[in-house]
Structure formats: structure tokens, C-alpha cells
Write a protein that binds this ligand. Structure first.
Ligand code: SAM
Length: 360
């Protein structure tokens, strides 16, 4: 039976007027909780070729789903211009995402344009379906690292989770191609959902231990309106660590930098590291330095934000870099988001934006 889920089109709220305080058009920014602006995630397309049941379920993202028309997407030139402005405000790391970023035609051209901006850590998150064909051209264009989402090694479980019958072997060859091209260390993200793929935690750990890749376990989150999230479906990271540690002993290691999303652990026998991303059981809002640029150029200051600020309108209105920079500064200086800290069964029903559009 088809599940009916109320879906509001949150992509088109009018851009609210943010009152701009007097700020210099460039410079480092801290929000109302002292958090700097360091990372920008850019959704380059709201389309995906997978229909992962927890992200873009088929009964919502069906054939008639109104994905954004091409003209509403930021162009590569617009994205590059915004990235330069963000960099002037302290952004050091850019992650291209979506939707499925490798579905955006000629994405390697955008990578090449961004790679020319000095001093940026440039990376990309993909479902890996097109990676075997694209890894070396992405590397040649200047991509430094890559994250591949992979929720199971069991072909049947994987096909059921992506819900388009996509075989796991093709994602595994994409991971090999990425490593071979030098996009390393390859990070592999596994979203763990109770009763769906928790039995795959150990097989995934065994498979990637000693491979040089970094496997990260992500708690299932209540993003978007459509994934029917319940707290009972979350497998807490502490449980994931217990399961692995029983067979493959682990010890904690220091973060690479302050504000790192994944908590790092390494195998005691020295054969590599894993990470856990505990956005539900251990919210990391207090040092969140991320902003998100949605597919149509709206800026969001939290994955769970409902208000986006329309940077595309400014670009297409002929505003100067200084004006756009001031607007970004005003938005960040007033930022107070801390959704994951206040998450409860009650907040789940609040309006939210789909992850494919805002950028996962
Ligand atoms: N298509 C690309 C991919 O598959 O990696 C990029 C976009 S996807 C939205 C980015 C990441 O978000 C994936 O690793 C996906 O598993 C994760 N994700 C999606 N929905 C999630 C949820 N409800 N909870 C936790 N992670 C989620």
C-alpha cells in the first residue's frame, strides 16, 4: 500500500530579509554561539539514481516528482564565484554533494574551476554508482578526496536499500577505482538502520580493516519529511563500537581538527581506523562550522533549517561580491541553530527540507 506523506515544497519560501549589521565584506565570522564558518557543502543536483528508503523513498520521489528545472540550478560559474566569496569569510573545505553529484553533467569542469582556488580542501560525496568510470577524470580535474556511501556488502540487502536493484559489486569497483586514482584515503559512509542493516556492521568492518579506507558509521537521522524516522530505528554509535570491539579491538584517537564530525577509533593491532558519526545520540551542534548551499542557490545554516537565504537572486540581480559577502556575513553572525541538541520525538514533526536538495 502506498504511504501518504504530506510533503510541503520547502524549496520555495520567499528569501526573508536578513537585517545586515555593519560588517566588513570579507573576514572571519563567528555566529551567536562562537562557531566559525569553515565548511560549505554544495548540492549540485537534487536528482539521484538511487531511491534509498531512508533518504529518497520511491513513494515520494516518484516519476512525477518536481525536481528543479535546469535553469534553477546554480551554474558552475555562479558556484565558483560564491565559493570565492565564502573563502574570503573563512571557508576552508568544500564538499560537493546532492542528490547524486556525479549525475550533474560535466561535474569535472566544476571540480577543475574550484581546484584553481588556492588553499581549499575539495572533496565529494557519492553513491559510487558512476565512480568506476569517473574516478580518474575527477582526480585529474583536481579533486583531492572522496567519500562513498555504502550501507551493506550483502548484495540483496544493498539492492533493497537503494531500491533500484543496483548491485553492490559496481560500488565496490568504484571504491577500487577511486583508491587507484589516488583519491585517498577513501572514506566509506554506512548509515545504520535498526533491523535493516545492523547485521552488516561486522562484515563491513572486516572487509575494510587493513584496506587503507576509512569506514564511518552514521546514525540514522530524521532528515526531511519522508523517511518515517523513529528513535527506535537508530542504532547508537556506542552499540556499533561494542559490536566491532568484541571481535576487532578498538581504541579512541584524537580528532584531526576541532569540530570534526566523526569520532575516530583505531584498531589496536594498527590495521587502520574507523569513525562514528553520532548526530542523534551525541549532537555536535556546539562546534558545527558547516553551511549548506542548496541546488538552487539558497543558503542554509543547518541540515535541519527551514529557512534558506536566496543567494542566486543576488547573483542574478547583478549584486557585487561585497554585497553578497555582507549578506552571507549577516546570516552567519545571526546563526543560532542547534537542532540536534534539542531533537526529541516532538521536533521530528517540524517542517524540514529534503536532504537531496539541501545537500547531504
Ligand atoms: N548521493 C550521494 C551519496 O549517496 O553519498 C550524496 C548525497 S547523500 C544525501 C549523502 C549522505 O547522506 C549519504 O551517505 C547518505 O547515506 C546520508 N543520508 C541520507 N539520509 C540519511 C539519514 N536519514 N540519516 C543519516 N544519513 C543519511
Amino acid at each position: 500500500m502506498t504511504r501518504v506523506i504530506p510533503l510541503t515544497d520547502a524549496r520555495r519560501p520567499p528569501a526573508p530579509a536578513v537585517k545586515a549589521p555593519h560588517v566588513s565584506p570579507t573576514g572571519l565570522l563567528a555566529d551567536t554561539r562562537g562557531r566559525m564558518l569553515r565548511d560549505l557543502r554544495i548540492s549540485v543536483t537534487d536528482r539521484c539514481n538511487f531511491r534509498c528508503v531512508y533518504c529518497m523513498p520511491k513513494d515520494v520521489f516518484g516519476r512525477d516528482y518536481p525536481f528543479l528545472p535546469h535553469g534553477e540550478l546554480l551554474t558552475f560559474e555562479e558556484i565558483t564565484r560564491l565559493v570565492r566569496i565564502f573563502k574570503a569569510h573563512g571557508v576552508e573545505k568544500i564538499r560537493l554533494t546532492g542528490g547524486e553529484p556525479l549525475l550533474r553533467r560535466n561535474l569535472e569542469h566544476l571540480v577543475a574551476m574550484l581546484a584553481q582556488i588556492e588553499g581549499l580542501d575539495l572533496t565529494l560525496t557519492t553513491n559510487g554508482s558512476a565512480l568506476a568510470a569517473k574516478a580518474s577524470e575527477l582526480k585529474a580535474a583536481g579533486l583531492k578526496r572522496i567519500t562513498v556511501s555504502l550501507d551493506s556488502l550483502d548484495d540483496q540487502v544493498f539492492r533493497a536499500m537503494n531500491d533500484v536493484d543496483f548491485p553492490v559489486a559496481r560500488v565496490l569497483s568504484g571504491i577500487d577505482a577511486a583508491a587507484h586514482a589516488g583519491l585517498s584515503p577513501v572514506k566509506i559512509n554506512m548509515v545504520v538502520k535498526r533491523g535493516v542493516n545492523e547485521h552488516e556492521i561486522l562484515p563491513m568492518a572486516r572487509r575494510f580493516k587493513g584496506s587503507g579506507h576509512i569506514l564511518r558509521f552514521i546514525e540514522f537521522m530524521d532528515v526531511g519529511h519522508t523517511n518515517g524516522w523513529r528513535m527506535d530505528d537508530v542504532v547508537p554509535s556506542a552499540e556499533v563500537l561494542r559490536i566491532i570491539d568484541r571481535e576487532l579491538p578498538l581504541e579512541p584517537i584524537d580528532p584531526n581538527y576541532s569540530g570534526e564530525v566523526a569520532e575516530r577509533w583505531r584498531y589496536v593491532d594498527g590495521s587502520g581506523e574507523i569513525g562514528v558519526i553520532s548526530s542523534v545520540t551525541q549532537a555536535f551542534c556546539s562546534d558545527c562550522t558547516r553551511a549548506r548551499l542548496a541546488t538552487d542557490g539558497k543558503l542554509y545554516t543547518c541540515l535541519f533549517a527551514t529557512t534558506g537565504y536566496d543567494l542566486r537572486a543576488m547573483l542574478r540581480d547583478g549584486r557585487s561580491d561585497a554585497e553578497i559577502g555582507s549578506y552571507i556575513a549577516a546570516i552567519w553572525l545571526q546563526r543560532a541553530d542547534r537542532y540536534s541538541e534539542i531533537r526529541s520525538e516532538n521536533t521530528v514533526a517540524l517542517p524540514k527540507i529534503e536532504m537531496s536538495y539541501i545537500g547531504g
